[in-house]
Ligand binder design. Structure first.
Ligand code: NAP
Length: 286
């Protein structure tokens, strides 16, 4: 382990299953698209693992499977220390489609199991069929848990009303300081049921790294604007942040954001700059 790393800084939260996962993970969208960047991407993910950021989020969609292959290279030899999240496309969400998609993901990931397998967004296949397919994969040991992504409150209601629907372990949604819509009803709904939100694009795909209102708060912590955006997400109860960082410097900064303690003054200033929602809005997606 690199000498500067203190793994006790890695906070965790519990999935409904009782399993603890870190509140900071590593995203992989846009990885695996360009062979010239591959070595850097693998090195970034490996550094993240060294720093204790052991949850890695990927999807069959990313680089048409290429991101899963980058992940395979990064986790080689340390599979047991990684919590792997991948996603099935709604177009593959039928009983046979989920099984096939999962087997293809397992091959690309060079592993025998996915820790958390998500439906990427709601589609036209009846949800009950997808849940049945997830449960069959669980029984076969190919996935350990399942969840959903981009589900709004009404879709979560429908899900938990289904047979085994209550086994959902997370809802991965767009959530950051500039996308606070889920706070109105989705986040409280999930919190009441102990279902963590997994916040994707927590630095708004890099845009919050250049925000002057964030820089004011960042100066108080000797931090960067991106670190404040990330610290804010990770300080929300029941929320896991999964920033993507292809550069090692960013991975280091993201890990260091875990030790930033925002003050009541910081929260108040951030509320003024990025007001919380005052009415229901449809869930946004990137
Ligand atoms: P993001 O994590 O908000 O932003 C990624 C961008 O921010 C990259 O350009 C990255 O640069 C930069 N960055 C990361 N850390 C930084 C730091 N400390 N300082 C400055 N810049 C920094 O956006 P995202 O990739 O859209 O979302 C994260 C992950 O969520 C995805 O990779 C994917 O795994 C998941 N996701 C899921 C869905 C879904 O529908 N379920 C949708 C979108 C994303 P470098 O790469 O150059 O380091």
């Amino acid at each position: 382990m690199p000498p500067s790393i203190n793994r006790s800084l890695i906070r965790t939260l519990k999935l409904p299953s009782g399993e603890a996962v870190p509140v900071l993970g590593q995203g992989t969208w846009k990885m695996g698209e360009d062979r010239r960047r591959r070595a850097d991407e693998v090195a970034a993910l490996k550094l993240g693992l060294d720093l204790g950021i052991t949850l890695i989020d990927t999807a069959e969609m990313y680089a048409s499977g290429g991101a899963e292959e980058v992940v395979a290279e990064a986790i080689a030899g340390r599979r047991d220390a990684t919590f792997l999240v991948s996603k099935v496309l709604p177009s593959n969400a039928s009983r046979a489609g989920v099984k096939r998609a999962c087997e293809n993901s397992l091959k690309r990931l060079a592993t025998d199991r996915i820790d958390l397998y998500l439906l990427h967004w709601p589609g036209s296949v009846p949800l009950s069929e997808t849940v049945e397919a997830f449960e069959a994969l669980k029984a076969a040991g190919k996935i350990r848990h399942w969840g959903v992504s981009n589900f709004d409150t009404d879709e979560m209601e429908e899900l938990v009303g289904l047979d085994h629907g209550g086994d959902v372990q997370t809802n991965q949604v767009l959530y950051n300081l500039s996308r606070r819509g889920p706070e109105f009803d989705l986040a409280p709904w999930c919190a009441e049921r102990g279902i963590p939100l997994m916040a994707y694009s927590p630095v708004e795909q890099g845009a919050l790294a250049h925000n002057t209102r964030l820089e004011v708060v960042a100066a108080r912590h000797n931090a960067t604007a991106a670190q404040i955006a990330l610290a804010w997400v990770m300080m929300q109860d029941g929320v896991i942040a999964i920033p993507k960082a292809g550069r090692q410097e960013h991975v280091r900064q993201n890990a260091a954001a875990l030790s930033i303690e925002l003050t009541p003054q910081d929260f108040a200033d951030l509320d003024r700059a990025f007001p919380p929602p005052t009415r229901k809005r449809g869930l946004e997606m990137i």
